[in-house]
Ligand binder design. Structure first.
Ligand SMILES: [Fe+2]
Length: 233
């Protein structure tokens, strides 16, 4: 079993350190000082560093970390879809999930999914590429993962996300119960939570379909419904 640490930095960013007995993978190493102290206190000898995408708030810790220790760095070209990174013999799968950026990647370790700015707890990232179809397919791909998958996102956007979700679905009680369970020291959801609270995963649910109807937005297919949801501000 690999350990996964969520480490907060900046306003609302998260780094993740995945490690076993000897080896560690640092993802979006903005919290590089904490990462170094975990590496040291656990006597971890081999480190690999990488990013969920190239936005500066996610890459800002790379140089600090790589100057302090001899870590292998995996850049986007190294992150081949469906390949894996091995940490102490355990596999961490790489999923390329374009949409927020063309180089967005998710990492799947056991039942933990590190999602960067692709999928947040309660929302999804901005589609900066403008390529909505690719983003839709990326989200559909993540939705195929089991209910118990734990979503570890690149930012803590929970309260803003839930406020927006609640605006779309005022009667959705799961949004309130998820809000009440918020713990700033451990900001995660399960895929089951996301299916209940995240509007961008709920394009087949009656309340969302009724909302699109009311607004006169296209809703004939899943793709149309998703695109319509993305047009709501
Ligand atoms: Fe980003």
């Amino acid at each position: 079993m690999l350990n996964v640490e969520q480490l907060r930095y900046g306003n609302d960013n998260f780094s993740y350190l995945i490690y076993g007995k000897r080896q560690a993978l640092a993802i979006d190493a903005g919290a590089w000082e904490e990462i170094l102290s975990i590496l040291e206190s656990n006597n971890l000898k081999v480190a690999v560093a990488t990013n969920t995408h190239q936005h500066f708030d996610h890459t800002s810790g790379n140089d600090h970390l790589l100057q302090a220790i001899k870590a292998q760095f995996l850049d986007f070209a190294d992150l081949v879809d469906n390949r894996e990174i091995q940490i102490d013999g355990e596999k961490i799968f790489i999923y390329r999930t374009p949409g927020h950026t063309a180089d967005s990647v998710c990492f799947h370790a056991g039942n933990v999914l590190i999602t960067g700015d692709t999928l947040f707890n309660g929302t999804i990232g901005n589609c900066f590429t403008g390529d909505l179809k690719s983003f839709y397919l990326s989200i559909k791909r993540l939705m195929a993962l089991p209910d118990e998958t734990i979503i570890c996102a690149g930012h803590d956007y929970v309260f803003d996300s839930l406020a927006f979700a609640k605006r779309l679905e005022p009667d959705n009680k799961y949004i309130d119960s998820f809000k009440n369970s918020y713990d700033s020291n451990h900001v995660v959801s399960t895929m089951a939570d996301e299916r209940r609270i995240n509007p961008y995963l709920r394009f087949n649910e009656d309340p969302i379909i009724r909302l699109l109807q009311k607004r006169g937005l296209p809703l004939a297919t899943e793709w149309e419904r998703w695109k319509s949801l993305m047009s709501i501000e």
